[in-house]
Design a protein around this ligand. Structure first.
Ligand code: SAM
Length: 272
């Protein structure tokens, strides 16, 4: 038996139209209406599955004004489903504002498991351990990209990127992290799906003519041991400039997101 909710967050396929669950189809058939980013895009999916439920547009430009309408409908006992153009709503797609309002107003909300580019990617690539940081879309400014590449030196950094910008983004990252290992997932679940796992320089070479399609990327965490050698050098330089051990550990841990104590220990053991 399936429990009933007021509001359903429903994932839709990210490329292969068959990647939708039976429960998602059933939910989309049974709710009173479907809030969607682009009604034309969703209508194609609904036609494919013979779903007759009415669609209503809900996107980042009308999110706020739609809230009152949703609250009124829900108060009168209606059930609503939220979908985005592809994948899971709220994962780099609209929905945050409505979920916050519904939660505040005591409505019952559920989210159905389903297609999502980042989870599809992460369950496909070689990985050591469970830790990663997903930042959504990579920012566009060069300085911000460099900052993230430095900050996540010891973390697996996962992001979405457009095909127009990915090569530029990787070139910027390679300035800061020339030895980085990366994985790229392109057109996941589609006909030309491709997953590449290699050094950043090889990936730049491989795709020097450009890269097409939808992309998820991970910059792997650097191995800590060889890095610590580099920090010994940095610590020595800062000591030479007259910085105190505590100052050095604060500066380097802030800049490179490494353990402050480890840097402090290096500083203590470094003689000029
Ligand atoms: N809500 C979606 C999800 O659950 O993944 C993400 C929406 S976001 C606006 C769109 C971005 O997701 C694309 O620019 C791309 O970076 C990534 N993406 C979506 N589908 C993809 C696919 N089939 N393969 C690789 N990346 C994909």
């Amino acid at each position: 038996m399936t429990r009933e909710f007021d509001f359903y967050v429903v994932p839709t396929p990210i490329g292969n139209i068959s990647d939708i669950t039976l429960r998602a189809i059933e939910t989309l058939k049974n709710v009173d209406f479907i809030a969607c980013e682009d009604t034309r895009t969703t209508q194609k999916l609904l036609n494919h599955y013979n779903i007759k439920t009415k669609c209503i547009s809900y996107h980042k430009f009308n999110e706020k004004e739609r809230i009152e309408f949703f609250l009124r409908e829900l108060n009168s006992g209606k059930k609503i489903a939220l979908v985005s153009d592809a994948g899971t709503p709220l994962i780099c797609d609209p929905g945050e504002i409505i979920i916050e309002e519904l939660t505040k107003n005591g409505f019952s909300v559920t989210s159905l498991p389903g297609a999502c580019a980042v989870s599809t990617f992460l369950s496909h690539i070689p990985r050591k351990g469970d830790e990663y940081t997903f930042i959504g879309f990579m920012p566009r400014k060069e300085e911000q990209i460099k900052e993230l590449a430095k900050k996540h030196l010891l973390n697996n950094l996962v992001f979405y990127e457009s095909p127009e910008r990915i090569m530029k983004t990787l070139k910027i990252i390679s300035i800061i992290r020339p030895n980085a290992q990366i994985a790229i997932g392109r057109e996941l679940s589609k006909l030309f799906e491709e997953v590449v796992y290699d050094s950043i320089s090889s990936v730049l070479e491989r795709f020097k003519e450009g890269i097409k399609g939808e992309i998820v990327c991970m910059i792997y965490a650097e191995d800590e041991n060889p890095l610590m050698k580099d920090f010994e050098f940095k610590v020595k330089e800062l000591k030479n400039k007259g910085f105190k051990d505590k100052e050095i550990s604060t500066i380097l841990s802030t800049l490179y997101n490494v353990n402050k104590n480890k840097i402090y220990q290096i500083a203590l053991n470094t003689e000029l």
